[in-house]
Design a protein around this ligand. Structure first.
Ligand code: COA
Length: 331
């Protein structure tokens, strides 16, 4: 039983949502939309917006402090910090390095992963791999994004969908056979790169007066295409992760899907044959918070007592790249 390969167990979770609330009715003042359209098509009612003068590392910091307090872990105990984000404070250095300094962590390695809305799942899979190989025994895994910074507030097809936030998980190594991350699966398909992307601000099209005037630093998306592939891909990868873990769908206590759109979540639950009571939905309150969405929902579910010891939880996400992933965790 003991002395087997270590597994990553969730020692604590935390989240941070900015206090500024943006309602659907406020969006009615900005673009030609309605509370009814947004509610029916997406399930979103309000979202949070990071205040000016702050970057996503600030949200990551507060989420991390809560996760570390929950875990009973100090900054000096952390051996790795991995942040999923596409909205770091700077093009470089990484958000993880900024966060590491804010936390006062030492003797640690830190880096970001860029997998858009799947960023937390990718960060989790990487941290889990380091822990399984015995390289490290603790890691802080964060998803933090401020997509409000990448929105065109004149584009009604995108500006209504997104919000800001951060979620964090402290992982520790454990030789207790039963608990922990049972499986992770990641996938990408770069042929969809331009189905959901930000055209400028990278090395191909650096910032210029023209790029700003053309709004090329904001999210460009074919929503219908994203919707279709998201449902199919999240179902498929969830089934693969469950199969890797040797777990059947009816053994799953709770699913924590990426919170992009209520209709995507219900379509996914339907395809997986799961009742909605077993699926966490908070997209109504926060919109799509990108890499933050899964760890924020996980933290809320834990704090609401929806996850008990022994429960098997399925996480999944899908986003730009396209990049998607799933993980199965026994608590
Ligand atoms: N308010 C009112 N009308 C809107 C609107 C808005 N905010 N946004 C689009 N519309 C209009 C469109 O212009 C279109 O009008 P038309 O029929 O006159 O051309 C109509 O509503 C239908 O648009 P369509 O894009 O077909 O709607 P949809 O049912 O596909 O819903 C999304 C649009 C974006 C909500 C949906 O496609 C979606 O959620 N996709 C996934 C996006 C996503 O999650 N991206 C991030 C993934 S990580």
């Amino acid at each position: 039983m003991s002395h087997s390969q270590p597994r990553s167990v969730v020692l604590g979770t935390g989240s941070e949502l900015p206090s500024k609330v943006l309602t659907n009715s406020a969006l009615e003042q900005l673009v030609d939309t309605s509370d009814e359209w947004i509610t029916v098509r997406t399930g979103i009612k309000v979202r949070r917006i990071l205040e000016d003068g702050k970057g996503s590392a600030d949200m990551a910091y507060h989420a991390s402090l809560r996760a570390m307090e929950d875990a009973g872990v100090e900054a000096r105990d952390l051996q790795a910090i991995i942040v999923g984000t596409v909205t770091p404070d700077y093009p470089f250095p990484s958000s993880a390095c900024v966060l590491e300094h804010m936390l006062g962590a030492r003797d640690v390695f830190s880096f970001d992963v860029n997998a858009a809305c799947s960023g937390f799942l990718n960060a989790l899979a990487v941290a889990d791999a380091f822990i399984r190989t015995g390289k490290i025994r603790s890691a802080l895994v964060v998803g933090s994004d401020a997509l409000s910074r990448l929105l065109n507030w004149q584009d009604r097809a995108t500006c209504i969908l997104f919000g800001d936030g951060a979620g964090a998980v402290v992982l520790g190594a454990s030789e207790d056979d039963g608990r922990g991350v049972l499986s992770t699966r990641l996938r990408t398909d770069g042929s969809y790169a331009k189905t959901l992307y930000v055209p400028a601000g990278g090395s191909l099209k650096p910032a210029s007066i023209q790029s700003v005037q053309r709004n090329e630093h904001t999210i460009t998306m074919n929503g219908k295409e994203v919707f279709k592939v998201a449902v199919r891909s999240m179902e498929e990868i969830s089934r693969e992760a469950l199969s890797d873990a040797g777990v059947s769908i009816d053994q799953v206590s709770l699913v924590i899907p990426h919170q992009a759109n209520r209709r995507i979540i219900t379509a996914l639950a339907d395809r997986l044959g799961l009742p909605l009571e077993k699926v966490v939905v908070n997209v109504d309150k926060y919109g799509n918070t990108s890499a933050a969405s899964v760890p924020v929902a996980l933290d809320e579910a834990r704090r609401q007592g929806r996850i008990q010891p022994g429960d098997i939880v399925l996480l999944n996400a899908f986003g730009a790249g396209f990049a998607w992933g799933a993980a199965v965790i026994r608590f």
